[in-house]
Ligand binder design. Structure first.
Ligand code: AMP
Ligand code: ZN
Length: 473
């Protein structure tokens, strides 16, 4: 088939025409969540954009296979292999076993994905299900001279590669600044950026999950899991690898090092990275604990699909700042859009010329580095056009295969939040923000007065760990 999708490739640092390894077929690997806590809406921004990427490629005719791992072991609190395993931290926090935590948060992740119309990948592979394969891959890396044992851990030797920094364009010294500030250097490493493939000795002797290996009882590093799961499930040539920008270094850099050294040839051609969602105070971060989840959106009466639209209105390569105010505006735009679509009757014959005429700009928008805001504009152009209702409906229903906004589903089925008056939502959010300020300033009388005023209007507020939520009494 004709290749006409253009995308920014972190590896070449250019927008390039995407040409898959095999004609008409695309393999995609996605770094899945580390399941020690709920995914926050920043993580979910990445998964929404990846979902749109997959759906856009399918829409223009590719057969796509997408694989995702679930990180349930080996991701330490610093990406540079120091600190405690995040899973263990989660288990300690909730007085549960690591596997209970993993199951709970994996289920929670996919439930959030369903609410956001993010399709299930073709394969979802927990790291703990492939330990023997990781061990085999590490053995090959040692045999080929790319890995060494020191201080009872196995490390990848980055000095064996000419182009370890291929993805970042950095060099070792640049990385001393900022990125690695908090890193507690490991004296066993031969080179600053060598990384652990297998831990037997870590500072945390109480690591919950351990397996036998040729190097002693231990557990795998985080990076080897993605290389190995991608290779086993998608073969020696990967078309697109996805993730948030924080994964570029060291995680994806290390994946390239391992996979190419193991294979003895190039591995992944295109790297698709999503910029972060930030809140006013900065990057949203799971480890900081103060993050927004899909449940918080729902508690605040937003349909999760409104958050999907919020994301699609901006470009995946631009940082996006979250605000309740903008989300409320998107909620009312969404409600109006749905009303217009649902008022269309399906009478009339499809006007094939008009149908093709509007599909083209929609596909063109997707093909220009996934320009989702332009793709959304085409929906409005269709509604404004003189096409008959049946043609408009067919177009919007087909666009929604990619946009995933439930545009042609009846309100009652999908739309719990947008039935809420956006003006009311805005008013309550403002009052809650004022109350927060009052509490911060220790003006508890003012905070109570705000609570009482809301109560007099039939709004009950509740303070939870994730923030203040409200409902109608
Ligand atoms: P984690 O569960 O921490 O392994 O992250 C899951 C995915 O979310 C990865 O692709 C990260 O790069 C991505 N990610 C993390 N923080 C953000 C953020 N604030 N905005 C967008 N994506 C993020
Ligand atoms: Zn990964």
């Amino acid at each position: 088939m004709e290749d006409r999708f253009f995308m920014y490739n972190t590896k070449s640092k250019k927008v390039e025409k995407f040409v898959p390894f095999e004609d008409g077929k695309v393999s995609i690997y996605t770094c899945g969540p580390t399941v020690y806590h709920y995914a926050h809406i920043g993580n979910l921004r990445s998964y929404i954009e990846e979902d749109v990427l997959v759906k856009a490629l399918k829409y223009i005719g590719y057969k796509v296979k997408r694989v995702m791992n679930i990180t349930d072991v080996g991701h330490l609190s610093s990406d540079a292999d120091t600190g405690e395993d995040k899973m263990l931290k989660g288990a300690e926090r909730e007085h549960k076993t690591v596997m209970e935590i993993a199951k709970f948060y994996t289920d929670a992740f996919f439930s959030d994905c369903t609410k956001l119309n993010i399709a299930m990948p073709d394969a979802v592979v927990p790291a703990t299900s492939m330990i023997p394969e990781f061990i085999e891959m590490i053995e090959v890396l040692i045999e080929k001279g790319y890995a060494y044992k020191a201080g009872e851990n196995v490390y990848f030797d980055t000095s064996k590669l000419d182009d370890y920094y291929v993805l970042t364009g950095h060099n070792e010294n640049d990385l001393l600044v900022g990125v690695r500030d908090d890193v507690d250097e490991d004296p066993n490493k031969k080179n600053k950026n060598d990384f652990v493939l297998w831990f037997t000795k870590s500072k945390f002797e109480n690591q919950a999950l351990k397996w036998n290996s040729p190097w002693g009882v231990g557990y795998p590093g985080w990076h080897i899991e993605c290389s190995c799961i991608a290779l086993k499930n998608l073969g020696e040539h990967l078309d697109i690898h996805c993730g948030g920008v924080d994964n570029i270094f060291p995680h994806h850099t290390n994946e390239i090092a391992q996979s190419e050294s193991f294979l003895g040839h190039g591995w992944c051609n295109y790297w698709f990275h999503i910029q972060h969602l930030n809140d006013k105070s900065g990057k949203m971060s799971k480890s900081e604990g103060n993050f927004l989840t899909v449940s918080v959106l729902e508690e605040k009466k937003f349909n999760p699909v409104v958050y999907r639209m919020f994301c699609l209105q901006s470009h995946y390569r631009k940082p996006l700042e979250f605000s309740w105010e903008v989300l409320s505006q998107v909620a009312s735009a969404y409600e109006k859009l749905k009303k217009r679509v649902l008022s269309l009757s399906s009478e009339g014959d499809i006007d094939e010329e008009k149908y093709a005429g509007f599909r083209k700009p929609f596909e063109d928008a997707l093909c220009s580095d996934l320009n989702t805001s332009s793709a959304l504009t085409v929906v409005y152009d269709v509604l404004k056009s003189d096409a008959n209702n049946a043609t408009k409906l067919k177009l919007i229903s087909s666009f929604d295969e990619v946009l995933g906004l439930d545009l042609i589903k009846a309100d009652a089925e999908t739309d719990s939040s947008s039935s809420e008056d956006p003006e009311l939502v805005k008013y309550v959010e403002e009052m809650i923000a004022k109350r927060k300020e009052a509490k911060k300033a220790k003006d508890f009388a003012a905070a109570d007065a705000i609570r009482d005023e809301l109560a007099s209007k039939g709004i009950v507020i509740k303070d939870t760990r994730e923030g203040t939520v409200w409902e109608k009494a």
